[in-house]
Design a binder for this molecule. Sequence first.
Ligand code: AHR
Length: 379
Amino acid sequence: MDSETSGGTAEIIRFPKEILDFSWKVAISTPEESYRLGFSVCERFNLSNPQNMMKRLYVKPGRLSLGTVAVVCLVGLMAGRSTAEDAKKKLVVGFSQVGAESQWRTANTESIKSEAAKRGIDLRFSDAQQKEENQIKAIRSFIAQGVDVIAFSPVVETGFEPVLQEAKKAGIPVVLSDRAVKVSDPSLYVSFIGSDFIEEGRRAANEVAKLTGGKAKIAELVGTVGSAPAIDRKKGFEEVLTKYPDMKIIMSQSGDFTRAKGKEVMEAFLKAPNAKDINVLFAHNDDMALGAIQAMEEAGIKPGTDIKIVSIDGVHGAFEAMKDGKLNVTVECNPLLGPQLFDLIEKVANKQEVPKRVVTQEGVYEQAQAAAELPNRKY
Ligand code: AHR
């Protein structure tokens, strides 16, 4: 390797002689042009303190060989061109995630990130830590960044209308992932992909009826207050209860979709004066059910036997618990939305027609299936 060494610039410019010769022929020779292009080389290759280095390059031009300038220019030209091409090609997507409250959410985040990486999408990912105000801030920042498409999984259903209007004004299409919003103007989002939470609630109640012969005193662990899955799962569950006069919810409280809160609320349920009546726990997600199982065991109650447990999601931990006889049923809610979500987003970015609603296909798993199914579970 030939090297060009002059006044500290050699750190970037060590090229074989043929490249130096060739580059010199095609390089732009004005110092201004070279400065600009050279600067972009530094930025592109992440070189430390590019400003200083380029200053040195031109403050003392005598210390610089012609070959060095040529290569800086050439590489700068190439870097400039490929950056422009990348910028043209790369789809920029802002995604605001609910948080990391459950195993389901972790799997959902992973699916979205890995799919974006696979497709070469520039994903600007933001974790709202289960706070609506953080999501609104994130969406505003995506608008300011001028992303091509905004996607988000809303923590709660209401309160997003103003920021969605801002996105619409900026001409940035919005895709909802996993959870819905309540807005008076449906044109504020282009499409919504996710589960049918009402149906999940219905399925859970039907499983409770099967497990108990229609006689159930139910403790209910509700998801995050105001969130679409908490509202809809409850709605679907209660709809089915109307067909079973001997199935009643006797306690109901939010466990915010987390294992820790699920445990805490279950402990409180078990201290209630009518705790002995509980023969079923309906948890709006597996994580809260897993927390509740811990609370039951600590209280000397056999989960899955003394109290039957039906929950929603179908995460790995739930299958383990079913295999151990501690959980009875999990109603599947698929978090692996990445591929379908980005199919939609790419279509939206290309101004193609997309369905307003895409419902993901899901199943129900009972204890007897757990051991056989466990190795096939992907989340
Ligand atoms: O919105 C989907 C729900 O959110 C999942 O059931 C739950 O585990 C998650 O936190």
